[in-house]
Design a protein around this ligand. Structure first.
Ligand code: T3D
Length: 260
């Protein structure tokens, strides 16, 4: 009998939900799950019917990071794994020009935390916990954690989290801005879906360019960022969705964005 697929993919209207589905291993990332997630993100990028994505985990965990039972990932193989499997995943999330909501339903550890950080908005169950587990197994933060974490919580907090590897509960994560909102665990899926529905109703081109602008500006000087904004605004200003937004405002009705 074939092994069950480690990634579940379900689309309702314009929202695609990707569920890491290896609950027996706390959704740890093995080769098959990494490949499945990358393929699903690349397919979402091409599919115009997808306007928002939710990333979540099955069972009691969001994701426990690299599958530590996968053998052979030592020495130079680890560097290759990071370059060839993890980095493309993080770039696929960050470059996906559609909003991605992480619905963090339980523990997010190591590269599992990195995945959550590379999403655009993080909702967490009140039972979720977060840990930069890398140091516990003698490794350093990877999969974008060293880039995203200081930008999200500040350098001081990032250093504390990465060096101590202490777990942070959902309430503390919300206080430090590591997650945007904490909700009761039974409400997480519904609230993530409601948020994603709202994002999916936005103007797709403007959503994508907004994400591109903010991520790119994180490593630009002011003058470069201002010019980048002007270029992106030129593209957005030419779109049919912009014309629709203006028409809807003038006619005092909700806009109907049609993608482009
Ligand atoms: O390629 C490379 O190697 C480089 C990339 C590295 C990126 C990384 O992500 S490095 C960091 C890897 N992750 C970790 O170090 C986290 C390991 N897990 C834990 O520390 C704990 O499991 C948790 C804090 C996440 C949760 O603790 P707890 O007490 O709630 O659960 P548990 O009992 O430890 O785990 C439950 C099961 O899940 C258990 O299996 P069993 O004994 O019931 O059959 C456990 O072995 C399994 N599990 C948890 N994490 C992983 C895992 N199996 C494989 N890989 C895991 N990462």
């Amino acid at each position: 009998m074939a092994a069950p697929a480690p990634l579940r993919s379900e689309q309702v209207d314009h929202v695609l939900t990707l569920t890491l589905d290896r609950p027996e291993a706390l959704n740890a990332l093995d080769a098959s799950l990494k490949a499945g997630l990358l393929a699903a993100l690349r397919s979402a990028a091409r599919d115009r019917s997808v306007r928002a994505v939710i990333l979540t985990g099955a069972g009691r965990a969001f994701c426990a990071g690299q599958d530590l039972r996968e053998t052979g990932l030592t020495g130079s193989r680890i560097g290759r794994e990071v370059r060839e499997r993890y980095n493309p995943l993080i770039l696929a999330l960050a470059r996906l020009e559609k909003p991605v909501v992480a619905a963090v339903n339980g523990v997010a550890a190591g590269a599992g935390l990195s995945l959550a950080l590379a999403c655009d908005i993080r909702l967490a169950a009140d039972t979720a916990t977060f840990t930069c587990a890398f140091g516990r197994v003698g490794l350093v933060p990877d999969s974008g954690l060293s880039w995203f974490l200081p930008r999200i919580v500040g350098l001081g907090r990032a250093l504390e989290l990465a060096l101590t590897t202490d777990p942070v509960d959902a309430a503390a994560a919300e206080r430090m801005g590591l997650v945007d909102r904490v909700v009761p665990a039974p409400d997480l899926a519904r609230q993530a879906a409601a948020l994603a529905d709202r994002l999916a109703a936005g103007a797709p081109l403007a959503m994508g360019l907004t994400k591109r602008a903010l991520l790119a500006a994180a490593s630009m000087d002011l003058e470069t960022a201002l010019e980048a904004e002007a270029q992106l605004q030129t593209a957005a200003g030419r779109s049919a969705d912009h014309a629709e937004g203006i028409a809807a405002f003038t006619e005092k009705r909700p806009p109907r964005f049609a993608d482009r």
